[in-house]
Design a protein around this ligand. Structure first.
Ligand code: A2P
Length: 337
């Protein structure tokens, strides 16, 4: 396999750091690594394969000579710099929401729609973290019987917001225990000991952008506009790993036993479902894992063809960094970089 000059934009952030770790773990064929961040981090070094590498400033010229760039510095940075990278013949795998719904940008979860990768025109979008873990678990169900409707409620970790949010949760938790009234800076309300039904911005429909991402991205990934999805996305005081309660209405009946059987054979999924012995997926256990864990698989008795399940995934790994690297691995294997 060829070796590639790889840039990571947002290398000092929560997702960027995870990307660096996973590139190393999976021995991705990196010729030279270029960590990029804002001008604030210029001159800082990061460790990669035992070497200290200086962090550069993310600007258009930085992409000269780069083959592959992972973007994990937020939507604004992607909007500004991803087209500059593409102009310089870089394959961009973008973690932000900037280009996901553009018709000529593949939106990919490699276990679900890898064939879309070959259609790239220089840019491939990584779906939203909550969408990735949900569609991964929906895929084997969808292959067995088309899905009519999905009702999802999420319980999302603060690491999805970034390093500052993790620090804020830790600080607020300590303050509340000491009887100090905490100050909310990252979120509109205190996140410690709380649950915020508000992720990303509200629009005129009363839904948040995070909720719409789950609706629109699911349809695009399955290339099936007929799947109805309705979502409530909630931020909870968990450091890492998103949990989701998902209700699925299928066209044909799938029993919980059959669902367990097909899910346990599906790539990237681990069925963890023995409630009598208190075995079900938990955010703390799933943090650091590559698989998405599925448990509490049971029939929805209120409709003829319904299932309920609890889906937990590491939002920094499968929900962001790992999925992006799997896209790049597929592109490398198929000579698409
Ligand atoms: P920096 O550390 O220099 O601010 P997180 O999501 O964990 O908060 O991380 C965000 C990442 O995006 C960090 O690596 C951050 O770099 C980077 N970043 C933020 N703003 C910019 C920018 N304007 N240009 C390039 N990188 C940026």
């Amino acid at each position: 396999m060829k070796n590639y000059n790889v840039a990571v934009v947002g290398a000092t952030g929560a997702v960027g750091q995870t990307i660096l770790g996973i590139l190393e773990e999976r021995d991705f064929p990196v010729k030279n690594l270029l960590p990029l961040a804002s001008s604030r981090s210029k001159g800082m070094t990061i460790k990669f394969k035992g070497e200290d590498i200086e962090v550069g400033e993310a600007k258009p010229e930085a992409f000269e000579g780069i083959d592959l760039a992972f973007f994990s510095a937020g939507t604004g940075v992607s909007r500004k710099l991803a087209p500059e990278a593409v102009k310089r013949s870089v394959l961009v795998v973008d973690n932000s929401n900037a280009f996901r719904m553009e018709p000529d940008v593949p939106l990919v979860v490699p276990e679900v729609n890898p064939e879309a990768i070959a259609r790239h025109k220089g840019l491939i979008a990584n779906p939203n973290c909550s969408t990735i873990q949900m569609v991964l678990a929906l895929k084997p169900i969808y292959d067995e019987s088309k899905i009519k409707r999905v009702v999802v409620s999420t319980y999302q970790a603060v690491s999805g917001t970034g390093v500052e949010a993790i620090e804020e949760l830790k600080l607020q938790s300590q303050e509340i225990i000491k009887g100090i009234e905490p100050e909310a800076k990252v979120y509109p309300h205190t996140i410690a000991f709380n649950a915020l039904p508000h992720i990303d911005v509200f629009d005129e429909t009363g839904y948040t952008l995070e909720e719409w991402k789950m609706v629109r991205e699911t349809k695009k990934i399955f290339e099936d506009d007929s799947i109805e999805v309705t979502a409530t996305t909630v931020r909870i005081p968990v450091i890492n790993s998103h949990s989701e309660s998902v209700n699925i209405e299928t066209i044909d009946k799938i029993t919980p036993e059959r669902a367990r059987e097909i899910l346990s054979k599906a790539p990237g999924i681990k069925v963890y479902d023995d409630p009598k012995n208190n075995i079900y997926p938990l955010a703390r256990d799933v943090s650091g894992a590559d698989e998405v864990y599925v448990g509490r698989i049971r029939e929805d008795f209120t409709i003829p063809c319904g299932l309920n399940m609890w889906i937990v995934g590491d939002n920094l790994r499968k929900g962001a960094a790992l999925n992006a690297i799997q896209i790049a691995e597929y592109a490398a294997e198929h000579d698409l970089i």
